[in-house]
Design a protein around this ligand. Sequence first.
Ligand code: ASP
Length: 309
Amino acid sequence: MLPVLVVHGGAGHIPKERVEMSCAGVRAATRAGYAVLQGGWSMDAVVEAVTHLENIPSFNAGCGSVLNVKGEVEMDAIVMDGRTLASGAVSAVRNIANPIQLARLVMEKTSHLCLTAEGASQFARAMGVPEVPGESLVTDYARMRWEKNLAPDANPVECQMGKMGTVGAVAVDADGNIACATSTGGMLNKMEGRVGDTACIGCGGYADNRVGAVSPTGHGEAIMKVTLARLILFHMEQGLSSHEGSDLGLATMKERVGGLGGVVTVDPQGRWAARFTSAQMAWAAAQGDTLHYGLYPGEDITQSIGDPN
Ligand code: ASP
């Protein structure tokens, strides 16, 4: 079994001028996480990769998150440890640069699975997590899209452009331990206090050493209706491969609730998949000496892991 890390940078429709940035971002995050995975624990690797992406302003997580209806950033994040089924999540958090690290603290330092809004902020303060000004998480691009979307003559197709950008990762390490992590700013113009799939175990992430792990992205309400991460793992428990289980889960979500999205998936043998029903999903995977990546359906470009680009 070869350790593997698979990362996504969100399902959706990405404007041409942002394609390069997104692909480079997921490749860099995969390299950073994979360096940690060498001789290390899958949980450390997925948190490293997601932290890396939260710090890149072109993704919808951490700085660069989409704005809610009031023009503010509210973020959701989750981690899960496949050894023990321990999980930690935060929802509707503000003023935190790296919600994924706060989610991990919820898992490690509390007896709860999810903390929300002000309670999550209080916990962050108690843990010594630095608070950042809300405005520091807002990019000009996020503000521009928010304003465009509010305009009475807004074109609904254009509003979807660049909507992708939620970030996530799954990994299996050399000991066979499996973990997942997902982080997002949610959906553009969401209501204040909206909690999406990303904070909900079984929806925006699930990891179980016996079956595998999934990190989804896409329309959160649709993902929650079919509990997408757990649905895919159910199919894998029934004997489907990570690839087949991912496709069947995504097809069910499309057929039953009209939702589009994407996932990265691993099984305990280190067999992985990056699958989506959206127009695009930036993803990358590292295993052995090879880095795979893609953006369009069917695309799987390979390069050496040592290639700096
Ligand atoms: N699933 C995220 C949410 O609904 C958004 C996304 O993945 O693009 O909050």
